[in-house]
Design a protein around this ligand. Structure first.
Ligand code: XMP
Length: 323
């Protein structure tokens, strides 16, 4: 019968057998799937696993610390953190086009990850033969079966990596649905904030700033987003809504009256949605008093912001994210 205990036991045994005395690498994104996959593999092979976390500087408030501190404390995993904020900001400077931003973030991410990978491979120790991926059952079905190896192309020729590096894949979540992954994560003792985390896009806050991405704008958006998340959690609404992107319209400004004078700053958009699978979505009818609390706090606590607006568009026609 299906119990998280059984799943964990089975997977741990299978991973041990598969990996033997070789080493494995796993990229952590801060999301549920990679965290649970890594925790399972860590339980099976301990220090033969090295995790890599690329901090692109586009995460929300507290998320990097959650990985660096809480996840490591809960699992004892060996973690290599790459602080690449400056690199990403430089690459994104002057860019406003959404697709262009996505491409740059994706490209830089691969470069930084490959560099870290090369350094791990260069460390003394058994051969690194395995790459851990948090592939879920729905992903397997969508891609029509799946393979078993991954070609990590090193087209940018970093750190003496071979042209074409082949890893065998470890995919311990291949038979599981999302809710089962969360249960397994819980069974492995992962922090609640990681196990229950709502979807968050890979390009992070980079695609929630409409306009150019700068450090200053990121910091502002991080504050506003933290307030919205805090109030939604306090109201017990986390489980009702699918996610709530908080967006900064960086190039728009409106007039406000705050404290002892006139202000002129960018609006913050709240985009709470309910959905089953993110393919379609409806805007969440949040209670007015919760919206009021979020609005008041953001305009009081976040410098320059004098206006909070609510996105009341379903998907389609509007996508969940603004970019
Ligand atoms: P859209 O905006 O297309 O988003 O309605 C659908 C869902 O996908 C998430 N999303 C992403 N997730 N990488 C991801 O891992 C991405 O580049 C990305 N873009 C959008 C979005 O948050 C929503 O849950």
């Amino acid at each position: 019968s299906w119990t998280t205990g059984n799943v964990i036991e089975e997977q741990v045994a299978a991973i041990r057998e598969q990996v033997g005395d070789k080493r494995a690498i796993c990229g952590l994104s801060g999301g549920v799937d990679s965290a649970v996959a890594a925790a399972l593999v860590q339980k099976a092979i301990g220090s033969q696993l090295t995790c890599v976390y690329v901090d692109h500087g586009l995460m929300r408030k507290g998320e990097t610390e959650q990985v660096e501190k809480d996840f490591v404390a809960a699992t004892g995993v060996q973690l290599k953190v790459v602080d690449a904020e400056e690199r990403f900001l430089k690459a994104l400077a002057g860019v406003s086009d959404p697709e262009e931003k996505r491409k740059i973030i994706g490209r830089e991410f691969i470069r930084v990850f490959e560099q870290a990978q090369a350094e791990i491979i260069a460390d003394a120790g058994p051969a690194v033969e395995f790459l851990v991926q948090g592939t879920l059952y729905p992903d397997v079905v969508e891609s029509g079966g799946g393979t078993g190896t991954a070609n990590i192309k090193s087209h940018h020729n970093v750190g003496g990596l071979p042209e074409d590096l082949e890893f065998k894949l470890i995919e311990p979540l291949r038979k599981l649905f999302k809710d089962e992954v969360r249960m397994v994560g819980q069974g492995l003792g992962l922090p609640e904030e990681i196990v229950q985390r709502q979807p968050f896009p890979g390009p992070g806050l980079g695609i929630r700033i409409v306009g150019e991405v700068t450090k200053e704008r990121l910091d502002l958006l991080r504050e506003a987003d933290a307030i919205a998340r805090e109030e939604l959690t306090a109201a017990g609404l986390d489980r009702d809504i699918w996610q709530c992107p908080v967006v900064l319209l960086a190039d728009v400004r409106s007039v406000g009256v705050q404290g002892d004078g006139r202000t002129y700053g960018p609006p913050i958009v709240l985009r709470p949605v309910s959905s089953e699978d993110a393919m379609t979505a409806d805007w969440s009818r949040l209670p007015y008093d919760v919206l009021a609390k979020i609005s008041t706090r953001i305009t009081n606590e976040v410098r320059d912001v004098n206006r909070v607006v609510l996105d009341v568009t379903s998907k389609p026609p509007g996508t969940i994210e603004w970019e």
